[in-house]
Design a binder for this molecule. Structure first.
Ligand SMILES: Nc1ncnc2c1ncn2[C@@H]1O[C@H](COP(=O)(O)OP(=O)(O)OP(=O)(O)O)[C@@H](O)[C@H]1O
Length: 257
């Protein structure tokens, strides 16, 4: 078996000012080219976990290693993808994709190498012809493809995606799922994708993990894992997700109508 791209052990994640961690005792390994979907009830700490794995925030305890090396700051070869594309409106698509490639701590690239990376990434997402369009001239799906190109232009070892397609219409979402799966498998990029959507997890992932709290007062941990994916898993996964979702019985009636 190859060495994991990401190895997480005994991870504890929480926010300043909280007495209790959100997540505790998390162990996780991602192999090159593997797509892992992380499902979990709203508020159980999925986005907080992703920020910690990206090196944007420090864990309370535990160890995160990228290719065996401890993570101490945002890793230059970690790509990030969020629900909102986060493009800079004053830069055209090519400049958005290339943004940051020349920053300190990025692998040293000449200007020509950066241009090749940008052109290749735009071609991979089918946006060569839109290279000089500005974000305001793009549809939501195109903007998210630019964000994907920006992440892939870094040739990431690990792609961390937080509900990247949840704001897109159903057809565009399906196209983006297929595109992401094709590109990360072709580039052997390990991918961790946070999603609420069991169908998305089934469409995309090689392995599906359920994060949740074992009881209402306990921090979240990995409750269950499935893999390899199969359509027959939909019902068992939905049941496990429902069981890990705190009851809505306490919500005011208006919120339920
Ligand atoms: N910067 C922060 N400081 C303090 N608390 C935070 C911060 N960010 C998130 N939280 C809290 O941490 C908890 C988990 O939030 P997080 O967004 O990680 O959960 P999630 O599982 O991704 O939720 P959702 O699926 O609804 O997006 C929430 O109660 C949230 O209010």
């Amino acid at each position: 078996m190859t060495a994991p791209v990401l190895a997480v052990q005994g991870l504890r994640v929480g926010h300043a000012g909280s007495a209790q961690p959100l997540i505790d005792g998390l162990d996780l390994r991602l192999q090159p080219g593997e797509i892992v979907a992380l499902l979990g009830a709203s508020g159980c700490g999925k986005s907080s976990l992703l920020r910690v794995l990206a090196g944007l925030e420090r864990p309370w305890a535990g160890e995160i290693r990228y290719q065996g090396e401890p993570l101490v700051r945002p890793h230059p070869r970690a790509g990030l993808l969020f629900q909102r594309p986060g493009l800079l409106p004053w830069l055209h698509c090519a400049a958005n994709v290339g943004f940051g490639l020349g920053f300190k701590r990025q692998p040293a690239l000449t200007r020509a190498e950066r241009q090749v990376r940008v052109a290749r990434a735009l071609a991979h997402v089918g946006l060569t012809d839109a290279a000089h369009r500005f974000p305001a001239q793009l549809s939501g799906g195109m903007a998210q493809r630019v964000a994907l190109a920006r992440a892939l232009a870094r040739e990431p070892l690990l792609l961390l995606a937080d509900e990247p397609f949840s704001a897109l219409d159903a057809i565009t979402r399906e196209e983006m799922q297929a595109l992401l799966r094709r590109l990360v498998h072709a580039s052997n990029t390990a991918t961790l994708i946070v999603t609420h959507d069991v169908d998305e997890a089934l469409a995309l992932a090689d392995r599906i993990l359920l994060l949740g709290r074992p009881s209402l007062t306990a921090p979240a941990r990995l409750l269950q894992a499935w893999g390899p994916k199969a359509p027959a898993l939909r019902e068992p996964i939905l049941q496990a997700l429902r069981a890990a979702t705190p009851s809505t019985a306490g919500l005011p009636a208006t919120a339920l109508t």
